[in-house]
Design a protein. Structure first.
Length: 155
């Protein structure tokens, strides 16, 4: 057991503990929309546009030369496989921290998994986390319904 643990620790140190990832399309739009709902960064009008796109309502106007940027320093979600009613996420935006529980936490947890983040488990808990999240959304490209207009990068 000790040799296996040492192997994985060595592997993490050799490759870095985090790797950059990019997700596009539907997964990026949903991730950006769920994070934007709690972020202090996008202005209210942009949060409204994000919510409308998430709901499939593309009947809005948005300046052709503008995009929406959604950022978070970190998003960490936890779900228990012992207390199956327990799920939570913490979003960090600079000094601001937002805690989610229940359905909102589950939606974000599932979306992070959909974006390709592998879960990590320990003592009855399953964790998913991302850092340095930067999503760029072009609402006018999304309105074309051709699969483009949403990109998220994270570690």
């Amino acid at each position: 057991m000790k040799s296996t643990a040492l192997f994985f620790i060595s592997l993490l140190l050799a490759t870095g503990s985090a790797s950059a990832a990019t997700v596009t399309g539907s997964s990026a739009l949903v991730l950006a929309s769920l994070v934007a709902e709690h972020s202090p960064q996008p202005i209210q009008q942009e949060r409204g546009v994000m919510a409308r796109m998430l709901a499939g309502n593309l009947d809005f106007s948005f300046p052709a030369d503008q995009k929406i940027t959604v950022r978070a320093d970190a998003v960490t979600c936890r779900s228990s496989n012992v207390d199956i009613t327990s799920r939570s996420c913490e979003l960090t935006f600079g000094q601001k921290r937002v805690s989610l529980n229940g359905r909102q936490a589950h939606e974000l947890f599932a979306t992070i998994a959909e974006a390709g983040v592998a879960p990590d488990g320990a003592a009855g808990s399953i964790y998913e986390s991302i850092s340095h999240l930067i999503c760029t959304i072009d609402p006018n490209e999304v309105k074309e319904r051709a699969g483009g207009g949403a990109v998220c990068n994270f570690d």
